[in-house]
Ligand binder design. Structure first.
Ligand code: ATP
Length: 605
């Protein structure tokens, strides 16, 4: 291999690894050795002509900058390199236009880095390219003409800030295609059924099949509305149309006021969701939807739908996360539907909303959460991807500076809190143990899937454990509370520690308290007594038997296994977060108890 090629590769490695020109400790690329003799890790050569074919440098914790110009400007290298992979590092910088010189590239994998800036138009000149993965970066701007690359069969660009419209790709050529969670807008070109909504979700201004959002319902973005009006001026037709709208608006306002007044009647505290978002939209940013079917919706969306984002320029709308749900959920549907306030916690308010199509959802409104829209969007994306049968996913969300709305499916069987402390028949031991095992497993899953993103549940308590239609426990409202907001002392975490680990250990504490509720049947704060303190003091006095719910003892449930479960709970609520087990360990311990319980039942039968 030529001296110049080796020198360039060593320089490239120095830059991209972020070791200030020094070699990454795990890789030994030396000028006096030959990259094609197997000593340069990550370098693969063409055995016949000893040219560099592949650079595979995934997950090496690189934190430098990407200099594609350096690689692709060196003719002998550009002429042989077919595969460049740098997935899963922390590389910053952008994609230099010189990438277009690496004409032999068939695979370019840059996923999971911090690359930013526009994609160069020269990318579309890589006519041999088959697989392009730029997902999970911070790329922005519009897509180059990638549809021109006839052999491209994988394009992954999810989780960036890419915008503009999606060009008419020949989707039948692709086995993978994903542009979800970007800022793409407009009509999705015909995918001919090759890809589902999952490939396009999380682009608030994108519409059409396979997304549930019809393009005809799409509100015109404020910026576009403003510029088009400014540039063209109002035509006669427009003036007529707007005065028509105004007259219609007055009628609709009267109609809505009348309707709301009627609805106010009765004991139920019914509120219209549009009022609540109206508060946040007070800052301005009124925008007219192009074509909304009913008059009522038209009014609602006209006055409340569009709330300016932080930038004040781009309109915000509901981001639908779940393609499974058959409903065409739109913000105006939510705002127009009757909403009943069913909870007002420290996190925000909760509304039960009956949609036009008869589906019941709940909308959690969180006010003044200091998370940026971008971080919130990322968080929602991550959470929506952590799918588990016992974790209730958000169906959709909406974000403005003051308000965050989260939509969940309504669970008609209520919460574990109600089940334990309400008036219904007491739960038996097997059901309680089953619930503990289910929650432990679901929470362990959540921690494993999203914990490394610094996300945990954050507010685990028995009213956030809901019972689905099969009466199985599901964890709800995951990840919508920051550690900073958490009840530090109650969760036994010090606010100074912070960080993801604390969040997870806070969840372990919350879980421990739920198990104590299951075992004792007592409220967490009943008559001013803290359940955790009470249990610990009773156990210290060696009166453990006194802790358990009397109805369990009379059932002749195994006290031994109840004590085992109690011990797990006590470990979870240890005042020192570091000493608490992980949720994975907890799930294993509880499963063992459950298995023993099941065995004993079989034995008894
Ligand atoms: N998806 C849902 N379906 C049915 N009931 C729900 C749903 N989500 C929450 N609830 C119930 O609605 C009530 C109010 O919920 P809310 O989240 O406002 O209370 P909270 O959890 O105490 O508040 P916070 O989360 O702010 O601490 C609770 O009893 C809860 O169990």
């Amino acid at each position: 291999v030529e001296y110049e090629v080796k020198r360039t590769l060593i320089q490239f490695l120095g830059q991209v690894s972020g070791k200030d020109g020094q070699q990454n400790s795990s890789l030994v690329w030396k000028q006096d050795s030959d990259p094609c003799k197997g000593t340069w890790q990550g370098v693969h050569c063409d055995a016949q002509n000893m040219s560099i074919k592949k650079l595979l440098l995934d997950n090496l914790n690189f934190s430098g900058t990407l200099d594609l110009a350096m690689l692709c400007n060196l003719q002998p290298l550009a002429a042989s390199l077919t595969y460049l992979s740098l997935d899963g590092n922390k590389i910053s910088g952008g994609m230099a236009s010189e990438v277009g010189n690496c004409k032999q590239l068939t695979r370019l994998h840059l996923s999971g880095n911090q690359l930013a800036g526009d994609l160069p138009s020269s990318l579309a000149m890589l006519s041999s390219l088959k697989r392009l993965d730029i997902s999970n970066n911070q790329f922005s701007g519009s897509l180059p003409d990638l549809y021109r690359i006839s052999g491209l069969n994988m394009f992954l660009a999810q989780n960036n800030y890419l915008g503009g419209t999606i060009p008419a790709f020949e989707f039948s050529n692709f086995d993978q295609f994903n542009v979800s969670f970007n800022n793409f807008r407009g009509h999705i070109p015909n995918v001919h059924g090759y890809f589902s909504a999952d490939s396009f979700l999380g682009n608030p201004e994108l519409c059409g099949d396979p997304l549930p959002k019809n393009c005809s319902d799409k509100p015109m973005p404020l910026s576009e509305a403003q510029t088009s009006e400014k540039s063209k001026g109002a035509s006669k037709e427009q003036i007529l149309m707007y005065s028509g709208y105004a007259a219609l608006g007055v009628i609709i306002v009267l109609f809505v006021v009348l309707k709301l007044c009627r609805r106010k009647k009765g004991e139920n505290k019914v509120e219209a969701l549009n009022n609540m978002v109206g508060a946040s939209g007070g800052g301005g940013g009124v925008e007219k939807p192009r074509n909304v079917s009913s008059e009522y919706k038209n009014e609602v969306s006209r006055s409340e739908f569009s709330v300016p984002s932080e930038s004040g320029m781009v309109s915000q709308s509901l981001v639908v996360l779940s393609s499974q749900t058959a409903m065409e959920l739109r913000l105006e549907d939510l705002l127009g539907a009757p909403a009943e306030l069913i909870g007002r916690g420290k996190n925000g308010s909760l509304y039960k909303v009956m949609l036009d199509n008869g589906i019941m959802v709940v909308v959690k409104r969180i006010k003044d959460w200091t998370i940026s829209s971008h971080d919130f969007k990322q968080r929602m994306r991550i959470l929506s991807q952590a799918k588990h049968p016992h974790v209730l996913p958000p169906l959709a969300f909406y974000s403005s500076k003051q308000d965050k709305l989260l939509v969940y499916e309504y669970q008609q069987n209520g919460s574990l809190f109600k089940l334990l402390h309400g008036t219904t028949k007491a739960l038996d031991w097997t059901s309680r143990l089953g619930i503990a095992a289910t929650i432990a497993e679901a929470l362990a899953f959540l921690h494993q899937e999203v914990g490394h993103h610094g996300i945990g549940h954050g507010n685990l308590k028995s009213c956030n454990i809901l019972l689905n239609k099969n009466m199985e426990a599901c964890i709800s409202e995951c990840g919508i509370m920051d550690m900073d907001d958490q009840r530090g002392s109650a969760f036994g975490t010090s606010s100074t520690d912070g960080g993801a680990l604390d969040m997870l250990k806070g969840d372990v504490y919350g879980f421990g308290v739920i198990v104590l509720e299951l075992l004792t049947g007592k409220l967490v704060k009943g008559n001013g007594i803290d359940l955790t303190d009470w249990v610990q003091s009773v156990v210290r006095e060696e009166w453990t038997g006194e802790v358990f719910d009397k109805s369990l003892l009379s059932e002749y449930a195994s006290e031994e296994r109840m004590v085992n479960l109690l011990q797990v709970a006590i470990r979870c609520v240890n005042p020192s977060p570091q000493v608490r087990p992980t949720m994975n360990q907890v799930a294993l311990m509880i499963n063992t108890i459950k298995e023993e319980d099941e065995k004993s039942l079989i034995y008894e039968v």
